[in-house]
Design a protein around this ligand. Structure first.
Ligand SMILES: NC(=O)C1=CN([C@@H]2O[C@H](COP(=O)(O)OP(=O)(O)OC[C@H]3O[C@@H](n4cnc5c(N)ncnc54)[C@H](O)[C@@H]3O)[C@@H](O)[C@H]2O)[C@@H](O)CC1
Ligand SMILES: Nc1ncnc2c1ncn2[C@@H]1O[C@H](COP(=O)(O)OP(=O)(O)O)[C@@H](O)[C@H]1O
Ligand SMILES: [K+]
Length: 569
């Protein structure tokens, strides 16, 4: 369950399974419906009256078909169920139509299927459960017209906050959320989508469950097996993809991530016999006088994660300042790029970190150039990224032993063309169901023109992937869900969401510590994608282990506890 599938990949897997004759679309829809009914029972067990009431909101596609299957499943359990349909029954796709017809054949006892409007929804007496089966992976454009009003009402935008969300189960994805990106098309703030307490998705999670607004809107996420695992593995192989081209780590429901994510974690982190330099020697460059704090924090993190030795490379005027702060760290004067090249040529330094508090002057630009010319493992963060953004010849020197750790702002600076595709198109190009056909055609054409000019909108995951392919280095794009992509195309989402939420990690200097952890692991010889992934995990585990009130200085001190847990037999 750690593989992430985009909407297109999910459709591929489904089509492949159907093509072999091992399952039909109707059967998959029945399994999806049954899985949601089971998840509702598990989630609300003990909270419901003896004859609960459900209102199912069914959309115009197969997500709506799932809704009818769920309605029948709940009815069979003795629930009273009302279905409100957005659109015409006659226009439903075949499997959904069949589910509708089976429901409608139940006759008067089930009540008529009513058209979904704000009025019919408000006319329904309060239900114990609302089922959001409006849109799933097929949401193709921003919601408009009546549906936008219904969803805004469900989302609490008109003062109903708290009325629906605790009773809402979303089928596959909360309607309005884009399954690939976690964005809400047409609403960068994310308010124009259903908020659920429970979201049940099928076979594999989608990137949008983890990225952007996804975790906020989904509530608790359940991934239900509907018997597509074989087809998924076959499809992956047929397209020449590694089975886990895009993973989310740690997967949901794994109490002890080290076993599933890093079966060999002890092998990666345990120190064997040998002197300190056999465990790697990291150098962290500091900024000028009064600006060394960020680099010192990174250096301490590198030492804690087990680099055998860590040296701070300081401009001569700042040596005294750092000397009064550090104990186990060594100091080396680095007046200029020539001095850095000489220090690196000695063969002892195994990884270099530059960026935190470095500065963005000419000296620092020359340091970035010298670091990249060296050819060894280099972590580039903060100011080093800003410098590369301003000087294309620096970025052109990046290579596959480099690891970039931008926050979203730095990412935008360095990769403006890619980042431009993270933004929603001009809201004036919104799809509006209430508009006349000509106006709709014009807005559709304008959106298509925009997409043609800049390429389709992308997720932060795809943005990291494209950036890595473009620059030839590993890219770690920070956030509550951190996207890590290697130039090979392999990518990982490291999640600090759902049961790993650590919002207190958003504290000044936390990024410097992450840079230090990753540099320490590079110094110990790990490849950039592995160092990035493991550093992200240790960083979040350190934050979880400390809890609220965390400051960045606390993070390195928390590392021994985290390691002790990882390395326990
Ligand atoms: N693909 C699979 O493997 C499976 C899919 N199933 C269900 O099928 C769903 C996908 O079904 P569909 O592909 O039919 O997609 P959806 O049901 O998510 O939506 C597609 C329909 O909505 C319309 N639409 C899209 N955006 C709109 C907007 N902004 N305003 C108005 N109308 C809009 C489309 O024109 C189309 O009619 C999944 O999310 C899942 O719930 C499950 O039944 C089982 C397996
Ligand atoms: N809501 C959040 N939940 C978990 N981690 C977060 C959240 N917001 C930010 N982070 C993490 O905090 C760190 C912030 O780094 P950065 O933006 O570089 O800050 P700074 O430069 O102050 O160190 C990153 O590792 C990022 O992934
Ligand atoms: K839905």
């Amino acid at each position: 369950m750690s593989q992430l599938l985009t909407a297109a990949e999910m459709r591929d897997v489904e089509a492949a399974a159907i093509a072999t004759g091992e399952v039909t679309g109707a059967e998959l829809m029945a399994r999806a419906g049954a899985a949601v009914v089971a998840a509702i029972r598990a989630e609300w067990e003990g909270e419901l009256p003896t004859q609960p009431r459900a209102v199912v909101l069914a959309g115009p596609g197969n997500n709506g078909g799932d809704g009818f299957a769920i309605a029948r499943g709940l009815r069979d359990l003795g629930w009273s169920v009302r279905v409100l349909l957005a659109g015409q029954a006659g226009a439903l796709p075949p499997d959904a139509r069949a589910q509708h017809d089976r429901w409608a054949a139940g006759g008067a006892a089930r009540g008529a299927v009513l058209p979904l409007t704000l009025e019919t929804l408000r006319d329904e007496p309060a239900a114990d459960i609302y089922v959001d089966a409006l849109f799933g992976i097929g949401l193709g454009r921003p919601l408009g017209g009546d549906l936008a009003r219904v969803v805004a009402h469900l989302a609490g935008a008109d003062g109903t906050l708290g009325l629906y969300q605790p009773r809402m189960v979303a089928v596959d994805v909360p309607s309005g959320l884009d399954a690939d990106s976690g964005r809400v098309p047409g609403d960068p703030a994310g308010a124009a989508a259903v908020r659920a307490r429970l979201t049940v998705t099928f076979d594999s999670p989608k990137p949008g469950h983890y990225l952007g607004h996804g975790p906020d809107l989904c509530g608790r996420l359940v991934v239900a097996d509907i018997g597509l695992a074989h087809a998924r593995a076959r499809q992956g192989a047929a397209r020449g993809l590694a089975p886990a081209r895009t993973r989310v780590v740690p997967p949901l429901g794994i109490a002890d991530p080290r076993r599933s994510v890093w079966p060999d974690i002890a092998g990666l982190l345990t120190k064997r016999q040998g002197h300190k330099y056999q465990h790697g020697h990291a150098m962290v460059l500091t900024g000028g006088v009064g600006r060394g704090g960020a680099a010192r924090m990174a250096a301490k993190a590198a030492l804690r994660i087990g680099a055998g030795a860590v040296t701070l490379g300081c401009p001569p005027a700042a040596v005294l300042e750092s000397a009064s702060h550090v104990d186990a760290l060594m100091l080396h004067r680095v007046p200029d790029a020539a001095a850095l090249t000489e220090a690196l040529s000695g063969g002892r330094i195994t990884a270099l970190c530059l960026g935190p508090g470095l500065g963005t002057g000419e000296r620092e630009a020359a340091l970035v150039g010298a670091a990249l010319d060296w050819g060894g493992a280099v972590l580039l963060d903060a100011d080093a990224i800003t410098l590369m953004a301003g000087e294309a010849t620096l970025a052109a020197k990046l290579h596959d032993r480099c690891l970039l750790t931008p926050h979203p702002g730095e990412f935008r600076r360095l990769f403006p063309d890619i980042a431009g595709r993270l933004d929603d198109p001009d809201p004036s190009l919104r799809y509006d169901e209430a508009a006349d056909a000509d106006a709709q055609a014009r807005s559709r054409a304008a959106r298509e023109d925009l997409a043609a000019q800049r390429g389709p909108m992308m997720s932060t995951l795809d943005a990291a992937r494209e950036a890595a392919a473009h620059c030839g280095a590993t890219v770690l794009l920070k956030g509550p869900a951190t996207a890590i992509a290697a130039p090979s195309g392999a990518a990982v989402v490291h999640r600090a969401v759902y049961d790993r939420a650590a919002p207190w990690l958003a504290t000044a200097g936390a990024g410097d510590v992450l840079a230090g952890l990753a540099c320490g692991l590079l110094a110990r010889g790990l490849a950039p994608p592995v160092a990035a992934e493991l550093a992200a995990q240790i960083h979040v585990d350190a934050a979880l282990s400390f809890g609220p009130g965390l400051t960045a200085e606390d993070l390195p001190r928390q590392v021994p506890q985290v390691l002790a847990r990882y390395l326990a037999p």
